[in-house]
Structure formats: C-alpha cells, structure tokens
Write a protein of this length. Structure first.
Lengths: 441, 250
C-alpha cells in the first residue's frame, strides 16, 4: 500500500529549496548520494508535528509557517554587520571560529598557529576532499528524525575539529554562529569535534543575530566523539534574535573513562529546539548535562536529552532549570535508557521550572527506560511560582519586587550554572542570565 | 512627633477580624514590650507594620514619623527605617548571605538617595558586626539561613539590624527556640543597638526575654487589642499571675 504523506505548504517549499540548492551543495558524489538519501527520508517524514511523540510540544507544522531560502554568501556589508555583532558577544581568552550566514568567515576567525595537536577545517573542505571515514562520521546520525535528516541533506558548512591523542588544549574553542540579517534565510550547518584519547578541550558555541536580523532560521548539528580517558567541556549559548528559529541537534559518543560536561543556556530566539543524544559507549564514562531556559514574551524552547547507558559503570547527572515569564513556553524532555548489560549505572535527572506569570507554560517529561537490574536511577520534576514568603523576606529588607525576584531567579538557575568548570565561561553564563533579568526591567 | 503611631487599627484575615481598634504609640529612644497569649494578635501587628501581604486593614491608620505607613510597599518601609526581625527567618538556598546583605543594604541606601557602600567598607562593617555577635565568617558565605541553627538564624536577624541601622526595630518572638546562652548573645546584640534615636518593640510570650532586654513600657495584648499598659513591673506581675485575668477583660 502506498502511503501518501500530506505535505504542508512549508514542507513543499523546503522540497523546492533542496531541488534548487542540491547542485551547489558541497561534497563528493558519495556525499551527494548521502544527501539525496537523507532528503528522501525527510520527505517521507515531513515536518515534525505533535503526533510524533518526541515533537509533541513543538509542532513545527504550526510554528514554522514559512521556510526561507538558503542565504547568499556573505558579502562585505554582511561581514561588517557580523563583526559588529561579534564585538558585543566577544569572549576573551578563546580561539574564535566564526560562521556568518552558515559559512566559515576566515577574516573573523583565528585559526593561526594551531600547532600539531589540533586541526580545524571547514565542513566544506572535508565534504569535498576529506577521508571517507570522517565523511561517514559526519553522516552518522540516522535519518529517523526529520529535522536531522534535513540537516544532513542541506548542511552547507561548519567546523571540523580534531584534537590529537593526549593533547590538552588550554585555549577554549569558540564557534560563533552569526546571522547577518542581509535577508531572511535558513542556514544549515554541521560541526564535528573528535577528541583523541586522553585529550582535553573546551568548546563553546554561541548563536547570535546581527542588528536588524529578524526571522532567520538556524539549522545546526554537532557530532562529538570523546576518546578513551578524554574530557570535553561544552557550553552552548543561544542568544539569537527574538524572531529567529533555532533547530539544533547533537550526537555525542563517549569512550571508556571519558568525561563530558555540557551546559546550555537559552535566552534568545522565538522558537528553539535542541535534541541531544549522548551515548556512554565506554565503561566508566561520566556525563554532566545542565541546562537553563530563560524565556519571556512568546518564546518557545524545547530541549530533549537522551542519555543512552549502553555499557556498565557509567554515571550521568542532568540538571535543568526553566524560568518562564509572560506567555512563553518551556519544554524539557529527558530520557534515560539503561541497556540490559549496563549494570552499576548511576543516572540522575532533576528538572525544575519556575513560572513567573499565569500564562507561562512549562512541560517536563522525564522518562526512564531501565533494562538492567543493578542500577541507581532517579529523576525529579517540579513546577511552581516564586515562594511568596521568600519574596516578602527580601522586600522587608529593602529589595524592590523586581530586585527580589531577580535574586531568587539567579539562585534558582545558579545550581545549573555552577556546573560550568571554566571560571570565565561560568561568568559568561552568569552575565547572560543577568542581561535577561535586566531586560525584564 | 511620635516615631510610630498605631491608631484604632482594625485588621482582617479571610473575613476574621484579628485586630480590633488597636492603638499604640512609640517614641524615639523607647523600648516597648508587647506581651500576650498565643492568638492575641501580636504577630499580626508586626506583620501589618512590616507590610506582609494577606492582611486586610479595614480601619484605622499606622503613621511612621507622621507618614502613612500602610500606603508604602514593604521595601519602602524598610528604606524608611522599619525593620522586622522575623520569628521564623526563611532559608534562601543559592543566595549567599554576603550577597544578600550587600544587595539589601545598597537597595535601602539607594532608595534614600545615599551612595552605595564600597566593597572594602562593606566587608569591614560586616566583619565587625559579625564578630560582636559571634557569627563565624563561613556562615556569611553560606546560603541565607541555610543549615543555620535556630540561634544562628536569630543572630543573623540581629546582624542585619545592626547593619541596616533602622529607626524602628520590631522583634517578633526573638526568644522562641533559643536556649539560655543563645538568648543572652542575641539580647546583648539588641542591647548594643539601644540608642536615643532608635525605638525597639519586643514581642514576646514570656517574661524571660525581658530580663535581658529591659523595656521602658509593657503592653498586654488580648484578643486583638491592648488591654493594659504599664512600666517594666507589669511584666513581672504577668509572670506571677498569668494572662487569664486579661482574657476576661478583653
């Protein structure tokens, strides 16, 4: 029987975008084949909607009314606007790599004097001339999720980082995604970081829009492999423009005794979705994943984390905090899978939401799928308003209502922010939270 | 002009009248004790003066230096110099005591149009006061009242009183849950703050506290009104004869 998938306007428009773009998307003929397969998978699935369990709270058929064309290569004016935006979000003491409108911008990036322990290339280079194994790894995410498949089909550029075995890179790497705002556009990027055995590195990803950048769409993905005994510290800051879409995914694999510490904070974009699949594939590996959503207006942010304990003796900790004001909507979906032989797994997940208005909404969906019998697994989820007795105490000590709320909100998100190991990056997250609080007035 | 004038105050909570036509005048430099059995409305009075939500004032007024206190928000009252030491100070996890103290002090100073304290001046001041109240430094780094004992929580209230230098201090059941040593430390802290330009109102169930903080005036509350006022000897009289005589008078 043939099943005809009813396509939405947006779905049809995307097919047209791919048809037009496929000829100029980078890659060998093998890459082109993989793109075609991915796009076919996407076409079969169509835009995700609420009847697909993983997308239950984020119906893209309703939210993503129009799809934008691929952007033109950034011209001098676009790069100038991007440089101005970069100034506002620059972090000291990092090695910066910049993507403007989804394309590597060498003039804004610092890839000099890399040394022999780290290699940084563009996705374009690797798709056109990289070795087959690396190309295969770039297409590793399967096509079962429509938006991941779409990203596989359309990815235009990105950053491919390889850290040599045993190398400890002290200078954090900072990938900055900037929408220049030249015209509304959909950017498709994919980056990869391969951390060699016993190596260590910190990766920061920021998403920002230049002044005037409005309803743009970011479609990004990150592929991570952390070698045996290696450590990756990872920070994601979404500060996109308030009309932007950010649809991102990450696929992370940890080797034996590897350590992954990740923190994400979302204060920007109109609609955002982040889905991370983290697999403990080597014994003794450890994952800390922490997230904060600070939302107001009509923002919608959906985080979906899947922790896959595939082998014994691994530990994972998830802390998620959402602060939701006005008519905003925050979603946290956390799933922990403990496979049959993953004995002695120690997995904990705690999600808490703070609602600042009657119309704010937070959905927490913790799921545990445990197939082993000797494990410690726990989860907790709470949703509530600010404690009136705490607010009164602070106001009786002279804090205005806003000041008292701000102090309690900072304390509420503090537990998640404190998980960031690097002092400068922790300060960065704190100041992003403060900017959000100050903007509340 | 009196510092605090409560005139004919009527207060309801959820349709039930808790304070009936209560009047009380407190002048600068005076120490008043308000005594009474449980449920007589002592804590309600302190909450209404501090501006706690949930109370409906149906009549009367509260003037602070002649200004309508009830029209002010709780933070405005604090900046004007009203301080309530809570019977049950709340725990605020994630807010370091030091951060809280500095934020509160500077918020009050800003509201009064005064300059904010510099960090070294502030630290010096906090350390001095903390030392006099036997508050260890590590307590100041912890979350506000988190993991504090009952005595530590009360000392933390007095620390704030000393830092903010309010002109009216209301101590709500400061002695509850304190052993005799903790009580003495807390009372010494309060006595150190007695001054001609500051008034202190001590709310207590027991006479015991008044051995340490000796009041100029004692008021007995029963069923939502002041039924008797007198000097410090009134407290001793109560200790001997109990509150029963006043229950009928009310």
């Amino acid at each position: 029987m043939n099943v005809v998938v009813a396509k939405t306007e947006t779905g049809r428009a995307l097919s047209d975008v791919f048809a037009v773009a496929r000829g100029r998307l980078p890659g060998t003929s093998q890459v082109a084949d993989r793109r075609r397969q991915a796009f076919e998978a996407y076409e079969r699935l169509g835009l995700p909607h609420r009847r697909i369990e993983d997308w239950k709270y984020t119906d893209l058929r309703v939210l993503m009314r129009e799809v934008q064309p691929l952007p033109a290569a950034p011209d001098a004016a676009a790069l100038k606007r991007a440089a101005a935006a970069l100034k506002l979000h620059a972090i000291a003491g990092v090695r910066r790599v910049v993507l403007v409108d989804g394309v590597f911008a060498p003039k804004l990036s610092d890839t000099a004097d890399l040394g022999k322990n780290i290699s940084i290339r563009t996705l374009r280079e690797v798709l056109e001339a990289g070795d087959a194994a690396l190309q295969a790894q770039l297409f590793a995410p399967d096509n079962s999720d429509a938006m991941v498949a779409l990203n596989s089909a359309m990815m235009t550029d990105g950053i491919v980082i390889e850290v040599a075995d045993g190398a400890v890179i002290t200078l954090p790497l900072h990938i900055v995604h900037i929408a220049s705002g030249a015209a509304p556009a959909a950017m498709f990027t994919r980056s990869l970081i391969r951390v060699g055995k016993a190596a260590g590195v910190t990766l920061v990803e920021s998403y920002i829009g230049a002044e005037g950048a409005k309803a743009y769409q970011v479609h990004d993905s990150l592929i991570v492999s952390i070698g045996d005994g290696a450590r990756l510290d990872h920070v994601r800051l979404i500060e996109d423009g308030r009309e932007a879409f950010n649809i991102s995914s990450a696929v992370v694999t940890l080797g034996a005794h590897a350590h992954f510490n990740t923190f994400g904070m979302n204060t920007g974009s109109l609609v955002s979705r982040y889905q991370a699949t983290i697999a403990c594939a080597g014994e003794g590996s450890r994952v800390e994943t922490n997230g904060v959503n600070l939302l107001n207006g009509r923002q919608h942010a959906d985080s979906m984390l899947l922790l896959d304990h595939a082998v014994p003796n691994c530990a994972s900790r998830e802390i998620f905090r959402a602060v939701v004001d006005d008519r905003a909507h925050s979603v946290f979906q956390g799933r922990i899978i403990v496979r049959p032989n993953a004995q002695k797994t120690d997995a904990k997940m705690m999600t808490r939401a703070l609602l600042l208005s009657d119309e704010a909404e937070a959905d927490n969906k913790p799921e545990l799928e445990i197939f082993a019998d000797d494990v410690t697994c726990g989860h907790g989820a709470t949703t509530g308003a600010l404690d009136q007795s705490l607010l009164f105490y602070l106001r009786a000590r002279g804090l205005s209502e806003k000041e008292a709320q701000a102090l309690l909100i900072q304390a509420f998100v503090g537990e998640a922010i404190e998980s960031i190991a690097n002092d400068a990056l922790r300060e960065l997250a704190i100041s992003a939270a403060q900017r959000w609080l100050e903007a509340r007035g | 002009m009196p510092l605090l004038e409560v005139k004919d105050l009527q207060v309801r909570v959820e349709e039930r009248e808790i304070l009936h036509h209560l009047s009380l005048t407190v002048n600068q430099g005076e120490v008043h004790a308000i005594m009474g059995p449980n449920g007589s409305g002592k804590s309600t009075l302190s909450h209404v003066i501090a501006g706690k939500p949930g109370y409906e004032v149906t009549g009367g007024e509260v003037l602070f230096r002649g200004e309508d206190l009830l029209a002010m928000s709780p933070d405005e009252r604090a900046a004007k110099g009203v301080f309530l030491a809570f019977q049950y100070p709340v725990e605020i996890p994630g807010v370091a005591t030091m951060t809280f103290l500095r934020t509160a002090l500077n918020a009050q100073r800003k509201a009064r149009g005064e300059s904010e304290y510099s960090t070294p001046d502030f630290l010096k001041k906090v350390r001095e006061v903390a030392k006099s109240l036997s508050i260890p430094q590590d307590m100041l780094r912890r979350g506000v009242n988190v993991g504090f004992s009952g005595g530590e929580k009360k000392r933390n209230e007095i620390l704030q009183m000393a830092l903010f230098e309010p002109s009216l201090c209301i101590l709500d059941e400061m002695d509850s849950g304190l052993d005799i040593d903790a009580l003495r430390v807390a009372a010494d802290g309060v006595n150190a703050l007695r001054s001609p330009d500051r008034a202190i109102v001590v709310i207590t169930h027991y006479q015991r506290l008044l051995n340490y903080i000796v009041p100029d005036f004692v008021h007995v509350m029963s069923k939502g009104r002041v039924v008797k006022s007198g000097g410090k000897e009134l407290a001793l009289e109560l200790e001997a004869s109990g509150y029963a005589q006043f229950e009928d008078a009310a």
